[in-house]
Design a protein around this ligand. Structure first.
Ligand code: PMT
Length: 395
């Protein structure tokens, strides 16, 4: 996922410095080459040896005394991204004012690529006007600031100051490294299942977790697009930087989609919309005493088919969940719904479709072309689909 990317992790002297070990491990697992700079204060909390073992590389600790006479320039040239995790108020103050008293601050000054800064400190320090002013300044310079989380802090106080988990920062790093080639485009993405009520406590639904749709929303956002995500109920966190609308039923999803359709340039219907709903849901909880029950269903509107009739400038992309004759069924959907592209997943396959973290898809285009992607992480699938969207926009 981060193969061939070179990430430099700067660790400054905060109590959360130990979390940087996990970030370095995760970066390496994702395929990145990782170098680490520890400030003098960081070395009071963590040892260079830990980072040498985890990164598989020498750890930089100072401007002077090493074999390289200009380590700040070499490290800056050899990196695609710098992340400072955790970043103390001291580091933030120096960086915001162009001051360079040590290797890390010097290197950040010399670095031209994306810099991700993850502040972590006592909540009162974080709220201090000087720190906020410095962070705003760094943001103006184009640095990516990952705000600290709220919760119990090492000092025993409760407030905003906790370093976000390595997983969350890894996502920001991935986002910062992709080209912003979808800037200026508006995406409308649907995700998750719909729930069709039977009575106030029961419903019919399906196994969609929302993972594929959320990955699409994140991928489009990371490439610079404005994204509206319309989602059925899922247990996933709302992606940051995306305009989110939560719905429950197919009828609610239809309404939300139609509201946002005109403004969209690219529409991706990834949601698993229930084809049927109960004709007359019971207004009260159905009692167990009823020994046999016959439920009557009516068809829900096909949202994508409706969009296919309404479409003007939009690129319209559908998904197809199939358990046999994948290409034949997907082609029929492409034509019947007037789509530009359909992404078909064979849901019976291990590591594909519902709930899995990975997907295996075949993609069909209007001109008859089709291609197949091997099993890959859903975010990676989403990134490959973004490449195709870009190609189609260029034609
Ligand atoms: O959420 P995950 O667990 O990550 O799983 C991902 C997924 C399997 C749900 C996803 O990859 C996927 O295949 N989504 C589409 C599922 C589906 O409903 O397929 P379909 O073949 O029934 O529908 C075809 C297309 O019409 C889809 O784009 C669907 O959004 C749309 N549709 C369907 C019915 C309906 N009433 N209205 C619609 O708009």
């Amino acid at each position: 996922m981060l193969t061939k990317k070179r990430v430099l992790v700067g660790v400054t002297g905060g109590i959360a410095a130990y979390k940087a070990a996990e970030l370095v491990s995760s970066l390496r697992e994702s395929g990145a080459t990782v170098n680490v700079v520890l400030t003098e204060a960081a070395r009071e909390f963590v040892q260079p040896l830990t980072f040498k073992a985890l990164s598989g590389n020498q750890v930089y600790t100072g401007l002077f005394g090493g074999l390289d006479p200009v380590p700040h320039i070499s490290a800056a040239k050899e990196s695609d991204l710098v992340v400072v995790y955790p970043a103390t108020a001291n580091f933030i103050g120096h960086a915001a004012n162009g001051l360079a008293p040590d290797l890390l601050t010097t290197l950040v000054l010399a670095f031209k690529g994306p810099v991700v800064i993850c502040p972590s400190m006592n909540a009162r320090m974080f709220a201090n006007v000087a720190v906020q002013h410095n962070l705003a300044r760094l943001q103006d310079y184009g640095y990516v600031i990952v705000p600290p989380e709220s919760g119990r802090l090492a000092c025993g106080e409760v407030g905003q100051g906790r370093l976000p988990a390595p997983g969350a920062v890894l996502e920001v790093i991935r986002g910062a490294l992709v080209p912003k080639d979808l800037k200026g485009l508006n995406f409308l993405v649907t995700a998750g299942p719909t729930r069709e009520p039977l009575d106030p406590v029961r419903y019919i639904s399906n196994r969609s977790s929302g993972k594929m749709g959320y990955a699409l929303a994140r991928a489009a956002r990371d490439r610079g697009a404005q994204v509206v995500l319309i989602s059925g109920p899922t247990s996933l966190a709302k992606p940051a930087g995306v305009s989110y609308s939560g719905v429950k039923t197919a009828l609610e999803m239809r309404e939300a989609v139609l509201e946002n359709f005109d403004a969209a340039d690219v529409v991706i219907m990834c949601a698993a919309v229930s084809d049927y709903r109960a004709k007359t849901p019971s207004p009260k909880k159905v009692k167990k005493e009823v020994r046999e029950m016959v439920l009557e269903f009516v068809q829900n509107p096909d949202i994508l088919e409706e969009l296919g009739r309404l479409k003007r400038h939009q690129l319209l992309i559908g998904f197809a969940a199939e358990d046999d004759n994948i290409l034949e069924h997907a082609r029929r959907k492409l034509e019947a719904k007037n789509l530009d592209m359909v992404v078909a997943n064979l849901i019976a396959q291990e590591g594909a479709g519902f709930e899995a973290d990975t997907n295996i898809v075949k993609i069909l285009f209007r001109n008859g072309r089709f291609l197949e992607l091997p099993r890959m992480d859903k975010y990676e699938v989403a990134q490959r689909l973004m490449d195709m969207v870009l190609d189609m926009r260029r034609i």
